[in-house]
Design a protein around this ligand. Sequence first.
Ligand SMILES: C[S@@+](CC[C@H](N)C(=O)[O-])C[C@H]1O[C@@H](n2cnc3c(N)ncnc32)[C@H](O)[C@@H]1O
Length: 266
Amino acid sequence: MNSKAQLQPVKHDKGAVGAAFSRAAQGYDSHAAFQRQVGERLLTLAGPQAIGRCLDLGCGSGYFSEQLHAQGHQIVALDLAMAMATATQQRCDAAKVVVADADALPMQDNTVDLAFSNLALQWSDNLQLALSQLKRVVKPGGRLLFSTLATGSLTELDQAWQQAHGRHHINRFLSPDAIRMQVAQAGFSPSQLMFETITLHYPSALAVMKALKGVGANHLNHGRAPGLTGKGTLQRLQRAYATQANSHGLLPLTYQVCFGTLTNDA
Ligand SMILES: C[S@@+](CC[C@H](N)C(=O)[O-])C[C@H]1O[C@@H](n2cnc3c(N)ncnc32)[C@H](O)[C@@H]1O
């Protein structure tokens, strides 16, 4: 990705993103250890919350909707992917479940005490707009807890793809500075953001790709190159990624996670 590409707004094909997540819904939980780790870290960083009406935005299979409901919150769970919404409804039958796009939030002003969104906002076309809408929906004094991904995520996979076929093959992420700026423009204090690097390890490049596909995060916002998953390209990818193996032969996959524990000061 060149610096010019970084500045272009990302436009996701929402139908394709929703379809990829819907295909992953059934097996999602067995691949989502990283997502649970990040969501639990977010809740720990935020500390105890006043109990009330809570929006789980990009709820996935409903793991955190269920946790937040168990804490006493009334849950509105929203997801773009129909099969994810269905999984949440089955898991947390008390939740009001909505299939909708975070970029066009179909909720009224000042209707939730807490908005929670774990690893979903990286799929928004416009973070500032999504955060502004969340600010509108959260009551004054209420909280917005979110995690998202920043530049520096999936760099090892990106590097291996570039070596294998000379092209970027991961989604674009916003830089920490761009996230800070968009948080401020949405009316929140960027001092309530924190960035942490988390590196996971996998036995092979195929295991990395299987893990991403398993959570539905395999749709690319810049299109698919013809013949990309041909045998020759995959073998080149495996060889290129293997050069990054650690002393145990494991391949690193780094995530730069942004945690926001924001208050709506109205
Ligand atoms: C990586 S999963 C995280 C799910 C859940 N929050 C968790 O922690 O397990 C991302 C979720 O965001 C949803 N999503 C992606 N784009 C979205 C959008 N524009 N609006 C609402 N949900 C979206 C996906 O369908 C998927 O369920």
